[in-house]
Design a protein around this ligand. Structure first.
Ligand code: THG
Length: 269
């Protein structure tokens, strides 16, 4: 599983406070903790008022890039914000995200043409998030076909089927499963991604539901997850799932994580 660490996000109250206080040390620690736990990319999302978004994202990107070696995943609902901060990235990472809303593809795709950058494509359009599999697949096809015009191949695209809350739509997970299988049949090299927490919205014991989702999503071929690898329970579920799926020879990664005190009950030094 490709792990996109989600903790540097201005929607989290402690991060919002750190952004307002310009507390670089707090952000630096989040970057280090996530990379130590196995993050492959560090998502950076400012979530400030639009007039400060570019400045804040640049600040976050600079801190992450000065602290860890992993590339950033630039997270903004505004394609023009992404366009403005793109030049501050020190190595190719992931753009989060394009969709069929407005002219997002037309702004983002030229930026990453001829580069190693990857992009997350959300399956939504000007009508919002579809409830059915077919519209999600149709939007995926448009995102892929538009990308082709800029020589962006499917292996550089992570499709995010935008899972709904299970509490309002009990077919949410099964829709995700069917969407994933269908688009992987159409485009064998495409990647599928998801945040793990939307599914459990308004349910008690959300983490239990999120962990179950991670396991099933991994089983059906999800390639990347936007998650908190420094959460011991979530990391334990991820590593146990990878071992169960035969992707961890002799369960070495799982055992090492336990031995290094990254999962399971905390062992005092
Ligand atoms: N898809 C894509 N991008 C996304 C999302 C997605 N970006 C934003 C979001 N969803 C993923 N990021 C977060 C970040 C923080 C939390 C949830 C999703 C969050 N954090 C709490 C905290 O850290 O305090 C609680 C964490 C916890 O319960 O462990 O809720 O879906 N493409």
């Amino acid at each position: 599983m490709i792990v996109i660490g989600e903790k540097i996000n201005g929607t989290i109250p402690s991060v919002k406070k750190a952004i307002e206080a310009k507390d670089g040390e707090f952000i630096r620690n989040l970057a280090i903790k996530q990379v130590e736990a196995g993050a492959d990319y560090i998502d950076v999302c400012a979530s400030t008022a639009p007039e400060f978004e570019v400045e804040t994202l640049k600040w976050l990107m600079d801190i992450v890039q000065d602290t860890v070696d992993k590339p950033v995943c630039i997270d903004s609902p505004n394609a023009r914000t992404i366009e403005a901060v793109f030049k501050y990235a020190q190595k190719p990472g992931i753009i989060n995200s394009v969709s069929e809303e407005g002219d997002k593809c037309e702004v983002i795709y030229p930026l990453i043409q001829g580069t190693q950058w990857q992009v997350i494509g959300l399956t939504c359009d000007n009508n919002g998030i579809p409830c059915d599999v077919k519209t999600r697949v149709d939007i995926t096809k448009i995102l892929v076909e538009k990308a082709q015009k800029y020589d962006i191949t499917p292996d550089r695209i992570h499709i995010d089927p935008l899972v709904m809350a299970l509490s309002t739509d009990n077919t949410s997970l099964m829709n995700f499963v069917e969407t994933t299988r269908t688009i992987k049949t159409l485009y064998p090299t495409i990647k599928v991604t998801s945040g793990l927490s939307n599914i459990s919205f308004s349910m008690p014991l959300r983490k239990v539901v999120n962990q179950g989702f991670l396991t099933i999503a991994a089983f059906v071929g999800m390639d990347s997850a936007i998650m908190d690898p420094s959460n011991r329970d979530m990391l334990a579920t991820l590593l146990a799932t990878e071992a169960l799926l035969g992707r961890d020879k002799y369960c070495r990664k799982y055992s090492t994580a336990y031995r290094k005190n990254k999962i399971g009950p905390i062992k005092e030094e």
